[in-house]
Structures are given as C-alpha cells and as structure tokens.
Design a protein around this ligand. Structure first.
Ligand SMILES: O=P(O)(O)O[C@H]1O[C@H](CO)[C@@H](O)[C@H]1O
Ligand SMILES: [Mn+2]
Ligand SMILES: [Mn+2]
Length: 417
C-alpha cells in the first residue's frame, strides 16, 4: 500500500558518535551500558531482572547494528538465531544533540546552523529577557533561572512557586527555555499563554524550543509532572519529507509529540497519547485506518523523559523489554510493501554523568518495501531515513541523505552535501 511507519525510540542511542568528545560524550552508549548493567544484575527492578532480553528487536538486527557501531557485542545478550530485517547505524550531522535536530534530520533536514544556548549553570537567562517575560505575562517574578533536571527542580522550588505564583524557568544542555508551573495553583491555560509569550520574546536568541512543564500534587514529596506538557518549537529550516508528502496529497499521521516537534508543519492528523502502551495502541489504530501514501510517525518519549534524563537504568531496560514484547502486534499487521523504520533522535545514556542527552549513533532498523535482511552499514546521516521515505513515496529526492531502499522500489538518490 506504500505506507511507512516510523517509530522513534526517543534517546535510544547505540554507541558514541565520532564527534561525541565535542559534547563531552566520548564513550556514551545508551544500549550498551543498559545491557552491561542488566548483565551484572544491576538493573533488577521495575519488574524485570537479569540480562537485557529484546528478542524481536534482536531479530530486526538491533544488536548487530550496535556491534557494528561500537565494535563489541552487547553484554549478556544472546545472539538471535537469524536476522529478518535490514539494520544499520547512523551518525548525526546536525550541530546539536537535541530532539528537534535529530527528528528533522531523520525527516531529511539536518540542522547545520548553531542553535542558541543558555550556557551559564546559574543565572542562566539574560535579565532583560526575564524582565520582559515578567512584564508581558503579568507575573510576580520567576523562580529557577538555572540549569536543572525537571523533576528535581519542581521538588526543590515547587512549594515556593505555589506560594508565590512565580513560575519556575530553567534550561539544560539543549536549546530550550522550560517553564514549570502547577496546573491548579497557576493554571494550565495560563502556563500555555506564558509559554507563547516566551516563544515570541526568544526569537532573537535562536532557541529551539519553549516547553510547558505542568505538574500537580500537594507538596514537594508528591509533585508529579502531567501529560499536558507542550512543546513550542520553531519551524524546520526547510521542508521535511513529512511536509513534502503532505503537500503532494499524502497523509501524515503524527502520534505523540511528533506534531509539536515539527512545529505542526506537514502534519495531516495529530493523535495525542501518553505512555508507551497508549502510543503503541494509537500506532496500531492508525495503521488499521491508513490508506496508500500514508506516513505514520510515533515518538516513544518515555525512554528519554522518564528514564534517560532521570538516569534510571532499570526503568529504561524494562521499558525496552515492554516495547519489544509489543512489537509482534505491529509486525503481524504490516503489508508487504509497507516500510517500517525504527530509529532514535539522539542518545541519553542512563549511566552517564549529568542528566543531558548523549551524542550517539542511532539504530536504523528497516523492514519491508523490498529490503533484504542484512547490514545497511554505517550511515553518514540520519537523513538517509528521510531520503528512503522520499524514495518509498516516489517524491523528488531530498537535498540530503542516501536512500537505503533497493532501487527497484524507488528513484535513485543524490548523495548528502
Ligand atoms: O529534565 P527535563 O525537564 O525532563 O528536561 C529534559 O527535557 C528537555 C527536552 O528534551 C531537555 O531540556 C531535558 O533537559
Ligand atoms: Mn528526543
Ligand atoms: Mn530529552
């Protein structure tokens, strides 16, 4: 039916990238270090124990791709009896290791310009920016103004926020301005409005995203972030393959955070869902309805948000095993000419220092559309996925990337430049 399903396992890196040292990430390996911890018995929690067990991803070539990326087989993992999919790893050419850069590059548009960053760990934001935000949003002030982990900062400042009415503003190694506020005490719609004002004020600073981080709870010990997070991204610098397909009459179904990440450019339909089971269910439901020339794209955010950034190795392993256990439901519903791609947008090694993303290779696991099982090798850019999608849908080639599909299923492609 010439459909494509792209599942992005948010932050699931498979070994440090050649330029990882530039990011302080030389040696990071999200999959490898999770497998190591599992093999040592150090990830026996979250309802799991022992070596990392991902039989379906293994059959798609995940561990072969990891071995090609790192030069070593993942610890404690039994090699699969055979590999059914095309597998490889890809490096990122975008300048940043953030979510929009990774996603847009997957969709054929690397980010070669440098984002703006707030580099200071404390007093991170320019006073003029905060003064303008306070004035224009009618706030009594702000709290935070620092680098932070989102769960740690609401535990630390959440009660002061509720008492004062001052939202909590913070950033990270990403190009982000994040605003945390209590859903009831501050108000969810009000938080969104403050984010929209911040989005406008940040224009001169070249910041990729403003993120609303609502939370609920009575006191520090039970504050919890809710599913009402909202990302306000700038638009991709040029049309992605989503936009190209959408403009040529195809249907682009965005599940989870996808629409926000692409700033709603090239999206035909948005399905919001919270939690990996709901995201998986929504993906299956979309597949059941999708006609020819449909692209279904889902971002599995909890790998990153709930486990990677929280440096929760056992939780990450359990989430991978749960995802793996659900894969057959999807595999069983693919038509022969559907193209399935599993990949990631960056790493977030849960054994790494700090709480930020890690600069890593991502897996490229592809199935269907005439692909033979076996290695796709090391891919020079995530944009090889976008180029393959363009080829699959018979669209004109993207400027970047090289298709990994057999020529018979699509047009020849240009090399990256
Ligand atoms: O710590 P939390 O709030 O989850 O923030 C994380 O999520 C943001 C977007 O990926 C990044 O800035 C990262 O720091
Ligand atoms: Mn991400
Ligand atoms: Mn993240």
């Amino acid at each position: 039916m010439t459909r494509a399903i792209v599942l992005v396992l948010d932050s699931f890196g498979i070994g440090s990238a050649p330029d990882a040292a530039d990011f302080g990430d030389a040696g990071a390996d999200t999959l490898g270090h999770i497998a190591e911890a599992c093999a040592r018995g150090n990830a026996d929690a979250a309802g799991r124990h022992g070596p990392l067990t991902l039989p379906h991803l293994a059959r798609l070539g995940l561990f072969h791709a990891h071995a090609e990326s790192t030069g070593a087989w993942a610890a404690g993992v039994a090699p699969p009896a055979g590999v059914a999919g095309a597998y490889g790893y890809a490096r990122e050419v975008s300048s940043g290791k953030d979510t929009p850069s990774g996603h847009w590059e997957i969709a054929g548009v690397p980010v070669r310009f440098a984002w703006g960053y707030f580099l200071e760990k404390e007093a991170s934001f320019p006073p003029a920016l905060l003064e303008a935000l306070v004035r224009e949003a009618g706030l009594p002030g702000v709290l935070g103004d620092c680098h932070a982990s989102g769960t740690e900062i609401i535990a630390r400042l959440g009660e002061a926020h509720v008492a004062s009415g001052k939202p909590i503003v913070y950033t990270s190694a990403d190009s982000v301005f994040q605003i945390a506020a209590h859903e009831a005490a501050f108000g969810l719609e009000r938080l969104y409005r403050v984010c929209e004002i911040a989005r406008e004020l940040l224009e001169p600073y070249n910041i990729g995203r403003v993120i609303a981080r609502p939370f609920t709870g009575e006191r520090a010990a039970d504050f919890a972030r809710t599913a009402n997070r909202r990302d306000y991204s700038v638009e991709p610098p040029s049309p992605t393959v989503l936009q190209r397909l959408h403009d040529e009459g195809g249907e682009v179904i965005a599940i989870g955070k996808i629409a926000d990440i692409y700033a709603h450019c090239g999206i035909s339909r948005t399905v919001k869902a919270s939690g990996h089971d709901a995201l998986f269910d929504a993906t299956l439901a979309a597949l059941a309805e999708a006609g020819p020339r449909s692209l279904i794209m889902t971002n599995f955010v909890d790998f990153d948000m709930v486990h990677g950034h929280r440096r929760d190795v056992a939780g990450y392993a359990a989430a991978l095993e749960h995802f793996d256990a659900r894969l057959p439901e999807l595999l069983g519903r693919l038509a022969d000419d559907d193209l399935l791609v599993l990949t990631a947008d960056h790493g977030c090694d849960p054994t790494w220092s700090g709480t930020d993303h890690t600069r890593e290779h991502v897996p490229v696991l592809a199935l269907g559309a005439g692909l033979a099982a076996g290695s796709l090798g090391g891919r020079a850019t995530f944009a090889d996925i976008g180029q393959s999608l363009a080829s699959h849908f018979g669209l004109p080639p993207m400027a970047d990337g090289e298709s990994f599909l057999p020529p018979s299923t699509g047009t020849a492609t240009t090399g990256g430049h």
